[in-house]
Design a protein around this ligand. Structure first.
Ligand code: FES
Length: 138
């Protein structure tokens, strides 16, 4: 058995290292090309028949997240996404409280205490010809 020369050993080592790094790079490229972005968030919600929400009702729509209000002037909706950094606010007897950094909002979504600076966003509600409520959150 012949002993490999120093030159052959270095050539074999270099080839092995280059092949390994090429395969690692190719794996990264395949993962990069196969990357799938998050699906576009839903911005329209069919809330069912308007008659399911009696006058005076306040209904939380968790998937939006929003609060649907049926008052004397009709239906209104308020986003429950905190205007500070986007946490979902929780309904309390005196309005809404953000669990993340403590912002507080009154029942109309006006800021009572920061760090949030802007009121909760009013959302558009439309009624279809079939009597369904459509909530637009976008
Ligand atoms: Fe609501 Fe910061 S995300 S107070």
């Amino acid at each position: 058995m012949t002993k490999p020369s120093r030159r052959d050993f270095l050539k074999l080592t270099t080839t092995t290292l280059l092949t390994a790094s090429g395969l690692i790079g190719l794996g990264g490229l395949i993962r990069f090309l196969d990357f799938q972005t998050d699906p576009v968030p839903k911005t329209e919600f069919d809330l069912g028949l308007a008659s399911n929400y009696p006058l005076g009702s306040r209904t939380i729509i968790p998937e939006a997240p929003a609060l649907l209000n049926h008052g004397q002037d009709g239906f209104t909706a308020l986003s429950l996404v905190c205007t500070h950094l986007g946490c979902t606010v929780q309904e309390k007897p005196e309005g809404f409280t953000c669990p993340c950094h403590g912002s507080r909002f009154d029942e109309e979504g006006n800021v009572l205490r920061g760090p949030a600076q802007k009121q909760l966003k009013p959302l558009r509600i439309e009624t279809t010809s079939g009597g369904h409520l459509i909530l637009h959150n976008g």
